[in-house]
Ligand binder design. Structure first.
Ligand code: F6R
Length: 361
C-alpha cells in the first residue's frame, strides 16, 4: 500500500505530479473556484486562516491575492482567532484551510466568523468533513488520503486550489484580462510537471545536502516574497520529521536579530523564487552577510540564481514563473526533511508527539 516505497511520506511526495493534475482537472470541471471568487469579490475584508502547513498555504494565497488580484488579505494562525472575534464581519469572508477539515482551532475560527455575520470559504481535502459542512462554499483539493503525519501532497494541492481562486477573482475584478487569465490557468495545469522536474532535478543533490546537514543542530531557511511562505513550510517539515531545529524568517530580517546566532558552519538555506529582477540583488546581499559570518550557504531555487556569489551548494529546480515556482521548489525541501529523518533513524511517517489531526484546543 506504500506503492513500493519504504514510507508513506516518500510515496506521498512522489505522487505529487499526479495528484496536482487531479486537483487541477477536478477544479476545472466544477464551479468551486467561481463560487469562491464570487464571494470574495463581494467582500469588504478578506481573512485567511489555518494551522501549520495549511497556514503556510494561506500565506501563499495572501501573496498571490495582493500581487495578482490586487486585494489585501489578512492572514492569521487559526488558534489566534480570538483577536478578530468581537468585530462585525457581515462584509468579511474567511478562507479557512484545513486538509482534514477537522482541526479544532480552524473550526473555532470558522464558527467565530459565522457568528459575527461572516461568510466562509473552506479549502479542504476531505469531502463532508466538519469545516466544509459549516462553510458557505468549499473548494476541494482532491489529493486523496494522506497517511504520513507530515503534510506533503496536501500542501501543494492547497496552493494550487488557492492560486486558482486568486486568478479567478483577478479575472472577475478586472486585474487580469480574460486572455491573461486563460494563460495563467493553462500554466497552472502544468503544476504536476513542475513538481516532477523539481523532484528529478534535486533528488541526488538532496542526498548530499542531507548528509552534510544531518549533524547540525540548527538550520535557517530564508526567503523573500513568495519564498517566505515556502521557507516557513520547509523549516516546519525539517523540524517535525528530523527533529533538527530549523527556523524560517524573511531574509531581510537577519540584521534585526537572528544573524547573532550565525557562526562558522551554520547552515543557511535560501529559497530562490521569481521575480528574479526584483529579488536577485537583495538575495545576493543576504547571502554575503551570512557568508561573512562563516555560514555554510545553500540555495534551492529556480534557474537564474546560479550566478549568486558566495553560495556553497546550489540546487537549480528549473526555469519557472511566479505561478509555477512553488511546485518545483517545495519538493526538494520535502525530500530533504525525509532524507534527514531516515538518516537520523527517525520515523518520518510518525513523528514523536504529533497527531495527524488535532481535535483538542
Ligand atoms: C505539518 C502538518 C500540520 C497540519 C496542521 C493542520 O506537516 O501536517 O502542521 O498542517 O495540523 O492540519 P489540517 O490541514 O488538517 O487542518
Amino acid at each position: 500500500e506504500k506503492g513500493g516505497y519504504p514510507h508513506y511520506m516518500l510515496k506521498e511526495i512522489m505522487e505529487q505530479p499526479r495528484v496536482l493534475f487531479e486537483t487541477y482537472t477536478g477544479l476545472a470541471s466544477s464551479r468551486e473556484l467561481e463560487n469562491a471568487a464570487k464571494l470574495l469579490s463581494n467582500a469588504e475584508k478578506i481573512f485567511v486562516t489555518g494551522a501549520g502547513t495549511s497556514y503556510h498555504a494561506g500565506l501563499v494565497f495572501a501573496y498571490y491575492m495582493a500581487r495578482i488580484a490586487k486585494r489585501p488579505v489578512i492572514p492569521f494562525i487559526s488558534s489566534e482567532y480570538l483577536a478578530y472575534r468581537d468585530m462585525d464581519h457581515s462584509n468579511s469572508v474567511l478562507v479557512a484551510i484545513s486538509q482534514s477539515g477537522e482541526t479544532i482551532d480552524t473550526l473555532q475560527a470558522v464558527r467565530s466568523f459565522k457568528s459575527s455575520g461572516g461568510r466562509v470559504i473552506a479549502v479542504s481535502n476531505v469531502i463532508g468533513s466538519t469545516i466544509p459542512r459549516e462553510a458557505d462554499v468549499t473548494v476541494y483539493t482532491r489529493a486523496g488520503p494522506e497517511i504520513g503525519v507530515a503534510a506533503t501532497k496536501t500542501f501543494l494541492t492547497q496552493v494550487l486550489a488557492l492560486t486558482g481562486m486568486a486568478l479567478t477573482l483577478a479575472q472577475y475584478n478586472g486585474s487580469m484580462t480574460q486572455n491573461e487569465y486563460r494563460k495563467a490557468m493553462d500554466t497552472l495545469k502544468n503544476a504536476g510537471h513542475a513538481a516532477s522536474a523539481g523532484i528529478d532535478r534535486s533528488i541526488r543533490a538532496v542526498e548530499l545536502l542531507a548528509s552534510s546537514l544531518r549533524s547540525k543542530g540548527n538550520i535557517y531557511v530564508l526567503g523573500r516574497g513568495l519564498g517566505v511562505a515556502l521557507a516557513y513550510e520547509a523549516a516546519l517539515k525539517i523540524k517535525e520529521v528530523s527533529y533538527i531545529h530549523a527556523e524560517a524568517y524573511p531574509a531581510g530580517e537577519s540584521k534585526h536579530g537572528p544573524i547573532a546566532l550565525v557562526e562558522d558552519g551554520f547552515p543557511v538555506i535560501f529559497v530562490g523564487v521569481p521575480p528574479r529582477e526584483e529579488l536577485h540583488e537583495k538575495l545576493q546581499s543576504n547571502v554575503m552577510e551570512m557568508k561573512a559570518r562563516g555560514a555554510s550557504t545553500i540555495v534551492v531555487g529556480v534557474s537564474g540564481y546560479d550566478d549568486l556569489k558566495g553560495v556553497d551548494f546550489y540546487i537549480d529546480v528549473g526555469n519557472y514563473d511566479e505561478i509555477l515556482a512553488p511546485y518545483a521548489v517545495v519538493p526538494p525541501f520535502q525530500l530533504l526533511a525525509y532524507k534527514l529523518a531516515v538518516m537520523l533513524n527517525r520515523d518520518p511517517d510518525k513523528p514523536r508527539n504529533l497527531a495527524k489531526t488535532v481535535t483538542v484546543e
